[in-house]
Design a protein around this ligand. Structure first.
Ligand code: UDP
Length: 377
C-alpha cells in the first residue's frame, strides 16, 4: 500500500503542502505526505492555547508578499485579512518604534527631525564602509555605533549565539532603516493573515482525494520502504538526509513560553524586542494580527538556543561552504533518484513564508517538466 505512491513528500510544512496540492490537483498524482511531528503546517503551525487564544506555536509568522499571483493562489484555501505588523524595541526602559524610523530617531536623540535633518544626523554617525562584509559593518554603515550597540548588537548575539561581525550582512540587512514615519515592520505590498490561521489553510491544501498524510512518521525510518513512482520532495535538513556525512550544519533553535492573561490585551503592539534585557529576544502577542476576537490573550516569550528543533540556518561563511558541498550531493541525488530538496532546512536558506512557497511552486514546475507532463497542464 505504501508503494502505491507517485510522489512522496517528506515534511507537511508550507513546501510539502504546496507541492502535494499541485501534484494532486494538476497532475492527478497520488501523493503521500509524511511528517515526523504530530501535526501539519511545519513551523507555521498554530493552535489554540489553554484559554482558546490562537497562538503561533513556533514563533510569529507575519505573512507578507509583493507577489499578487502567490496571494491569489493561497486565497483558494483561505480568506486573507490585512494585518498590522508593528514592533517596538525596549531600550533604556522606553519603547521605541522598530525598525528605526524618524520617530525612533526623534525619541532617541530628543529633538524634532524631518527626513533631511535625520539624514544629516545619521550621516554624521555612519561608519564609512562602502561594501559591508558582515552584519556589524552593515549596521555601522547605516546608523553608526551608538544605535548599533543599543538596538542590534546584543539582540543579534542573543538570537544567533555569535557576534554580528561573524554573520552575513543580509542577517541585519533584513531590517530596514527609514527616514519617514512608516511604523510597519516590513514594506511589502500585501501584509495579510489567513483567517482562522495557517494550520487551517494548509489542512485545506491537503484535503484532496489523491493526498494521504501520515504524521508521527520519521523519514529515516520509512525511506527504504516507500518507492514513489515519480519523485520525492524532501524538506528536512539536507545534512540529515545524507546522514551528516560531511559534518553537521549549524542551526539555531528557539524555545517558547506561552503565558495566558485574563485580559483582552497585554502589549501595545504584536511584538516587543528586548535587545539588552532578559534572555528572551522578544515577546509576541499574536492576537494583534490573527484577527481573532477573544476576551483573553496570550503572550509568548522566545529564547534562542543551540540545541533543539532546527529553526534557522546560520548565515556564516563556514556554514555556506559546508552547505555548498551538501548541495552538490543533493544535485546528484536529484539527477540519480529524482529527490528534490526544497525549503528552509533542505536548501539551508533563511526564507520567509512567501519566499518558501514560491520555491515550492518552482520546485513543482521542475518536477512537472522532468516528468514530461504536458505544459498545458
Ligand atoms: N535584529 C536586531 N535587533 C532587533 C531585531 C532584529 O539586531 O531588534 C537583527 C537580528 O540579528 C535578527 C535580524 O536582525 O536576526 C533579522 O530580524 P528579523 O526580525 O527579520 O528576524 P526573524 O523575525 O526572521 O527572526
Amino acid at each position: 500500500m505504501l508503494d502505491d505512491v507517485d510522489l512522496l513528500v517528506c515534511g507537511a510544512g508550507p513546501v510539502g503542502c504546496v507541492v502535494a496540492e499541485r501534484a494532486a490537483s494538476v497532475l492527478g498524482w497520488k501523493v503521500l505526505v509524511i511528517d515526523r511531528r504530530p501535526h501539519i503546517a511545519g513551523n507555521c503551525h498554530d493552535s489554540p492555547a489553554t484559554n482558546g487564544v490562537l497562538v503561533h506555536n513556533y514563533g510569529p509568522h507575519y505573512f507578507r508578499t509583493d507577489d499578487e499571483n502567490l496571494l491569489r493562489y493561497l486565497s483558494r484555501f483561505a480568506e486573507f485579512a490585512p494585518a498590522k505588523y508593528e514592533v517596538r524595541s525596549l531600550v533604556r526602559d522606553q519603547l521605541y518604534p522598530f525598525p528605526i524610523n524618524l520617530g525612533t530617531l526623534e525619541q532617541f536623540f530628543g529633538r524634532k527631525l524631518d527626513a533631511d535633518s535625520a539624514e544629516q544626523l545619521l550621516a554624521e554617525r555612519r561608519v564609512p564602509i562602502a561594501d559591508p562584509t558582515n552584519s556589524e559593518e552593515y549596521v555601522l554603515s547605516r546608523v553608526g555605533r551608538e544605535l548599533y550597540e543599543v538596538f542590534y548588537l546584543h539582540y543579534t548575539r542573543k538570537q544567533w549565539g555569535v557576534h554580528p561581525r561573524d554573520l552575513d550582512p543580509q542577517v541585519c540587512g533584513r531590517v530596514p532603516v527609514r527616514l519617514n514615519r512608516d511604523g510597519r515592520y516590513v514594506g511589502h505590498k500585501f501584509q495579510v493573515m489567513p483567517a482562522g490561521g495557517f494550520t487551517k489553510l494548509f489542512a485545506r491544501m491537503l484535503k484532496h482525494p489523491k493526498i494521504r498524510t501520515l504524521l508521527n512518521c520519521d523519514f529515516s525510518e520509512v525511506r527504504h520502504l516507500i518507492h514513489p513512482r515519480r519523485a520525492t520532495v524532501y524538506c528536512g535538513p539536507v545534512d540529515a538526509y545524507f546522514d551528516n556525512r560531511l559534518g553537521k550544519l549549524p542551526y539555531r533553535s528557539l524555545k517558547f513560553e506561552f503565558v495566558p492573561h485574563a485580559v483582552a490585551w497585554r502589549q501595545p503592539c504584536v511584538q516587543i524586542n528586548y535587545p539588552n534585557d532578559f534572555t528572551y529576544t522578544r515577546s509576541v502577542e499574536i492576537k494583534h494580527v490573527t484577527g481573532q476576537r477573544h476576551a483573553e490573550t496570550v503572550v509568548s516569550y522566545e529564547t534562542p538556543c543551540a540545541e533543539g528543533e532546527p529553526f534557522y540556518p546560520i548565515p556564516q561563511p563556514a556554514s555556506a561552504e559546508l552547505y555548498a558541498r551538501y548541495r552538490a550531493l543533493a544535485e546528484a541525488e536529484t539527477a540519480r533518484n529524482r529527490v528534490y530538496f526544497c525549503g528552509r532546512l533542505a536548501q539551508y536558506r533563511y526564507f520567509n513564508t512567501d519566499e518558501v512557497i514560491q520555491e515550492a511552486l518552482a520546485c513543482f514546475q521542475t518536477i512537472r517538466r522532468s516528468a514530461g507532463a504536458p505544459a498545458s497542464l
